[in-house]
Design a protein around this ligand. Structure first.
Ligand SMILES: [Zn+2]
Length: 186
């Protein structure tokens, strides 16, 4: 079965620091691994309505590890209607933070869903929900991620494969979420 691949890539408008360049190179190197990992773990997701999301994070390895980067992952968990929603992104971040990862370089999500829950925002891929965007703002404030951290959302539905790549600041600006630095708004 053939599928068309639509790519959407925002240009990184801000001049990027050397560190951002190094992180970007690391992300490019590991991108395929991240996508495969997120896709595989998505299949483990627990959802009473088959709403399945997988998330893989590329993290700078904590001191003492023999590798430079580590990959953490998580899937969403909502076994019954009305139960607490545990998003794939949140579960992946808990793994990375539990491992004492000093910095998250990239966030990759894979799903066949597209609704973010916001009727004004319709996309070909699933974006992080409002709770996850609040989490991203909080982690940005604490330095776990930066505004330059890359977020790549993939929809691997048959015949609809799509991919969106931007920075955390660019994503947050699209939702007009509060606490976003003015210069991040295009
Ligand atoms: Zn979420």
């Amino acid at each position: 079965m053939e599928s068309t691949l639509h790519r959407h890539q925002e240009s990184f408008s801000q001049p990027r620091s050397l560190e951002a360049k190094r992180y970007d190179d690391a992300y490019r190197t590991h991108k395929q691994d991240l996508k495969v990992t997120a896709s595989r773990i998505r299949d483990e997701a627990v959802s009473y309505r088959e709403f399945k999301v997988g998330c893989a994070l590329l993290a700078e390895a904590p001191e003492g590890k023999t590798v430079d980067y580590t990959i953490h992952f998580g899937y969403n968990f909502k076994p019954v209607k009305g139960s607490e929603k545990l998003c794939a992104e949140r579960n992946a971040f808990e793994s990375a933070i539990g491992d004492q990862s000093p910095h998250i370089i990239a966030i990759v999500t894979v799903s066949q869903e597209t609704s973010t829950g916001d009727p004004n925002q319709s996309h070909s891929v699933l974006h992080p929900c409002d709770m996850c965007r609040t989490m991203l703002m909080d982690y940005r404030e604490r330095g776990v991620i930066s505004g330059d951290t890359i977020i790549c959302c993939v929809n691997d539905g048959e015949g609809t494969e799509a991919e969106e790549e931007c920075t955390v600041d660019q994503l947050l600006a699209r939702y007009n979420d509060s606490s976003i630095p003015a210069q991040a708004v295009a």
